[in-house]
Design a protein around this ligand. Sequence first.
Ligand code: ATP
Ligand code: ZN
Length: 226
Amino acid sequence: MTVTTNRLRIAIQKSGRLSQDSQALLTSCGLKINLREQRLIAHVENMDIDLLRVRDDDIPGLVMDGVCDLGFVGENVLEEVSLQRQLDNETYDYTVLARLDFGGCRLSIAVPQEEDYKSVKDLEGRTIATTYPRLLNRYLKQNGVNCRIVNLKGSVEVAPRAGLADAICDLVSTGATLEANGLKEVEVIYRSKAVLIQRRDLADEKQLKLIKKLMPRIQGVMQANE
Ligand code: ATP
Ligand code: ZN
């Protein structure tokens, strides 16, 4: 008889704002994680689970393509990737298992502090730099405003000073980064938290059982944190 070990694959951010909290949550759920800093895969010693440590931007796609079974990711990234995949006619299916109590932030439009800003209409014809072109585009469309969107993967907050854009649309938590760059927050376009997602077509009995065992523990840890 052959034994098949279908280990559950969970995608987590390798290093960044979600890594510590995602790992801590799993550890609190009883997973003994064998972490060696540079490894892509971390094995869980006491359960049939492997952690795949990747960039957060890759997590929605890995789950939607069924390459990973679960993933911890910010709703902002999840929604942006979903919108992009819809446009590209790719699959964008997933199930949200839990909205988590970390990774809270908002996606906001900010303009130079000295600007006399009254409403979203003031953005008409302007250039906005962002890492979230699809979410921004949806918001502008809903508000009937036409802008030019510049897609930047990093250093978005310096774009106005560098003369690359009139405004930015970026993640904010305290607002300190905006202020340090001479910007003020004028519109909140999306409120985000980290979520745990599952691939839609997961059918393996053993894996489903494992998830059923994990979920009450996750809920328990979150309640204890309240
Ligand atoms: P990676 O190298 O994995 O691509 P990153 O630089 O894109 O990392 P982080 O800055 O680590 O990403 O942010 C990861 C997620 O943390 C964000 O997508 C968002 O959901 C959440 N987050 C919470 N607060 C903030 C904040 N103030 N600024 C940016 N992201 C935040
Ligand atoms: Zn990223």
